[in-house]
Design a protein around this ligand. Structure first.
Ligand code: FAD
Length: 449
C-alpha cells in the first residue's frame, strides 16, 4: 500500500502506527488535537510492551522519565494479599516494565515519529459520511482536508481511527458495539506523601473496595491513585469528582491509612465507559485502531500495550501487502479481538473473587505444606502461569487459560471465600448483609471528616 494514510489521533496507537508506516516508506499524516492534560490514565505498563519500545528505539527515553516496575499486587481489607513478580520468559521479554507519566510518554512517541519524518497536523480532525464516493464510507471534512494542506480530491486512501475512547468513526458511522457487564466510573489524581506498600520495585497495588477497586501506581516522584467503582455507588460519595475521590479514600481503611498525610498535586480526572468493542473493525476506506476499536477493562493495565499491538497487527496483516484484501483486514480484526477477549477472560478471575481466593490458598501452601508435598511442588508452576498471563506475554495462551481455569476450580472452591473476595459491579452486594449502602457511607464519611 503506497498512497497516503490519514491517522486520526496521536496517542500510543496512532504514533506507533505512524512509525511503523514510515519504516516501510508509506506516506502518512497524523491529526493531533494537541490536548495536553496534566494527567492521563494508562500509566502502568505490562512487560509485553518492552519489545515494542525497543523496536521503536525509545526504551531508554521512557526509562529516564519512568519508574521501573517489577510486579503488581492485589489486596483486600480482610488482610488477604496476592503479589505477582514478573519473570523472565525468553530473551525477548524481560522481567520488568515501567510506570509512565503518560503526557511525557505520549510526547516521546510523538518525538520519535517526528524523527522518522511523520507529519503532524495540529488540529481536531472532523469526519463525515461519504455520500458520493462508492469507495469510501467516511471522509475528512473540507475544513480538515484544508488544514492538512490537501485539496478535496486528495483524501487519504485509508483513514485510521486512533482517536481512543472518542471513537470518532464508530460514532459517525453508528457502528454497533458490545459492552462488558460493568457500569463503572473512575476518578484519579496524583499525590505526594501517599504511601504505596510495594513489596517489589515499583509494584502497582490494587485494593478491593466495597463497590469496585483502586490503584496505587508509584511514579518517579509521586503516586497515582485511582478508584474504579459502580456509577450509582459513586454518587453516594459526594457531588464533585474531587469529593468522591477523597471520600472513597477516606472510607477505605487501607487507603485512608496509606493516604493519611497525602497532598493532591493534580486535578482529579474522571473516566466513564468500560469494556467496549466495536462489532466492525473496518469498512470502505477506514479501519479502527487501539481504544477506538475496543477498550478492555483497565484493572490489569493492558491498554497501552493493546493499542500499540494493534498498530503492529495492522502493519503485519494489512500494510505488509501491496494490495490488501478484505481477508487481510479480517485477520487484523480477528487478532485484535483475540487479544481483547483474552484480557477479558483473565480479568474476570479478579472480579469474581477467584484470584484472591487462590492467593489465600497459595499463602497457606507456602507457609504450611510439607516440603515435597504435591501442593508445594505445583504451586510455583501455577504462580508462573498466572504471572505470564498477567504480564501480557502469555495472555492469549489457551493452555495457560486452561491451567488458570482448572486450578481456580480445584483450589478456590469455597463459595463463602469467593463471595467475600468478589468485586461487585452493582449495589447488589448490599442485599447480602450490609446495611443500606447510603447510610454506611454517610456514617463512614462523618467518622473520617
Ligand atoms: C481508568 C483507566 C485506567 C487505565 N489504566 C491503564 C494502565 O494503567 N495501563 C494501560 O496500559 N492502560 C490503561 N488504561 C487504558 C489506556 O489509557 C488506553 O488503552 C490507551 O491510552 C489507548 O491508547 P490509544 O492511542 O488507542 O488512545 P488514546 O491514548 O486515547 O489516544 C487518542 C488520541 O487521539 C486524540 N484525538 C481524539 N479525537 C481526535 C480528533 N478528532 N482529532 C485529532 N485527535 C483526536 C486524543 O486527544 C488522544 O491524544 C486505562 C484506562 C482507563 C479508562
Amino acid at each position: 500500500m503506497k498512497s497516503l494514510i490519514g491517522i486520526i489521533g496521536a496517542g500510543p496507537a496512532g504514533c506507533a502506527l505512524a512509525c511503523f508506516l514510515k519504516e516501510k516508506n508509506i506516506d502518512c499524516i497524523v491529526f493531533d488535537e494537541q490536548q495536553t492534560p496534566d494527567i492521563i490514565v494508562g500509566e502502568s505498563l505490562t512487560p509485553a510492551i518492552i519489545p515494542l519500545l525497543r523496536r521503536l528505539k525509545i526504551e531508554n527515553r521512557v526509562a529516564e522519565v519512568s519508574q521501573l516496575k517489577q510486579g503488581a499486587g492485589i489486596r483486600h481489607n480482610n488482610g488477604n494479599r496476592v503479589n505477582f513478580r514478573f519473570r523472565h520468559f525468553g530473551k525477548k521479554y524481560p522481567d520488568y516494565s515501567y510506570n509512565i507519566p503518560r503526557p511525557k510518554f505520549d510526547g516521546i512517541m510523538r518525538e520519535r515519529a517526528k524523527e522518522l519524518g511523520v507529519r503532524f497536523i495540529n488540529c481536531r480532525a472532523r469526519v463525515e459520511t461519504s455520500i458520493n464516493d462508492s469507495n469510501r464510507d467516511i471522509q475528512l471534512t473540507d475544513e480538515t482536508i484544508a488544514q492538512a494542506g490537501l485539496t478535496r480530491d486528495q483524501q487519504p486512501s485509508l483513514l485510521v481511527d486512533a482517536s481512543g475512547r472518542t471513537r470518532l468513526f464508530s460514532k459517525a458511522l453508528k457502528i454497533p458495539y458490545t459492552r462488558g457487564t460493568r457500569n463503572d466510573v473512575s476518578y484519579f489524581a496524583h499525590y505526594e506523601n501517599f504511601e504505596c506498600p510495594s513489596v517489589s520495585t515499583g509494584q502497582v497495588i490494587l485494593t478491593v473496595l466495597e463497590s469496585g477497586w483502586s490503584w496505587q501506581i508509584p511514579l518517579k516522584d509521586r503516586i497515582s491513585v485511582g478508584v474504579v467503582l459502580n456509577k450509582t455507588a459513586a454518587k453516594h460519595y459526594g457531588k464533585s469528582s474531587e469529593e468522591r475521590l477523597e471520600n472513597i479514600i477516606n472510607t477505605d481503611a487501607l487507603l485512608a491509612k496509606d493516604g493519611e498525610k497525602r497532598q493532591r498535586i493534580s486535578p482529579v480526572k474522571s473516566y466513564q465507559n468500560y469494556q467496549l468493542i466495536s462489532e466492525k473493525g473496518y469498512g470502505k476506506g477506514w479501519v479502527l485502531l487501539g481504544d477506538a476499536f475496543g477498550f478492555v477493562d483497565p484493572m490489569l493495565s493492558p491498554g497501552v500495550h493493546m493499542s500499540m499491538t494493534s498498530a503492529e497487527l495492522l502493519e503485519k496483516f494489512v500494510f505488509n501487502k501491496s494490495s490488501p484484501t478484505t481477508k487481510d483486514f479480517d485477520k487484523y480484526c480477528d487478532e485484535y479481538k483475540k487479544w481483547y477477549y483474552a484480557w477479558e477472560y483473565l480479568v474476570q478471575f479478579f472480579y469474581n473473587g477467584r484470584m484472591l481466593s487462590m492467593g489465600e490458598v497459595r499463602t497457606k501452601i507456602q507457609n504450611n505444606s510439607a516440603l515435597f508435598s504435591i501442593p508445594k511442588l505445583v504451586e510455583p508452576y501455577v504462580s508462573r502461569v498466572l504471572t505470564l498471563l498477567m504480564s501480557g506475554i502469555k495472555t492469549r495462551s489457551k493452555l495457560n487459560q486452561k491451567i488458570l481455569f482448572h486450578s481456580s476450580q480445584q483450589v478456590a472452591n469455597d463459595p463463602d471465600r469467593i463471595a467475600a473476595h468478589t468485586i461487585h459491579s452493582s449495589l447488589d452486594n448490599i442485599k447480602h448483609g450490609m446495611l443500606e449502602k447510603k447510610d454506611v457511607i454517610a456514617n463512614n464519611i462523618k467518622k473520617t471528616a
